[in-house]
Design a protein around this ligand. Sequence first.
Ligand code: NAP
Length: 293
Amino acid sequence: MTAILLDGNATSKAIRAEIARDTARLTAATGVVPKLAAILAGDDPASATYVQMKARASAKAGIESVTYPITNDAPESEVRHRLAQLNADPTVHGILIQHPLPKHMDEPSILSDLSAEKDVDGIAPISLGRLVAGLDSFHSCTPEGMIELLKRYNLPIAGKHAVVVGRSVILGKPLALLLLAENATVTICHSRTPNLAEITRQADILCAAVGRPELIKGDMIKPGAVVLDAGYNKVEGRAKDVGDVEFESALQVASAITPVPGGVGPMTIAMLLRNTLTAAARAAGFSLEPETV
Ligand code: NAP
């Protein structure tokens, strides 16, 4: 068996085109231009690159974006002050606090100050709590993108056994909850899980969210399983970043798989833009539902 590739680049492009169309509808009807504000604290080069990519993608979708850089040694109060200002600014619809914040800052506490209506990255404790409670909220963008990819490829989730390897707050945990909300039976594995392969081999949908290059080999995958690989790992001596799944061996066993790069990664920005558009539409009282004639 050779798996089909779940193309995150093409899917993300299609979603971003839909967002651009809907943004134009919103702006034409209400005059509102969705606006995403990013707080970029610290000097992490990867964070700076992500924020730049997000700004470029926003512009293409008709979404205004503005970045507030804060130096690595700035006091925490500077981030809090900026956040309070953005929470209160009615022209700002989405706020992104780029992770990780400098080490001396209390990230969970800062995130707790983020307005739920503007938490388009879906990582504030209130958004995560609302997800647990089954209430409407913005969802963390990478797991949301993984679910969206399954849906766009018409891959059923309900009734399937989904195994999520990884339990981080931004990825593994919300992904498990989103799969549960789609009526999958969900197992979560982590670094203390004994006999990982025994569990991954039971998965109809196997999600790797670990950050360990090629941890999941082909012989750990049930024949015909759908494999989503969120991992993004730099490996010395390898020209390209690699996922948490050993792609070549997995390709022979799975029925569908995301490549790295070009699988899960591009979906994240698409979800961030979609959430920003949704936040702006809600603030303007505008329905994004297609008009029926
Ligand atoms: P993280 O916070 O480091 O969490 C990693 C998780 O993997 C933890 O729950 C850890 O378990 C578990 N784990 C570690 N070693 C394991 C092992 N040998 N067996 C089973 N579980 C193990 O990482 P993260 O932020 O969730 O990111 C995970 C990966 O996704 C990274 O490669 C990251 O670059 C990538 N990522 C991609 C995107 C994107 O594409 N847009 C976004 C976010 C993250 P414990 O909890 O027991 O420590």
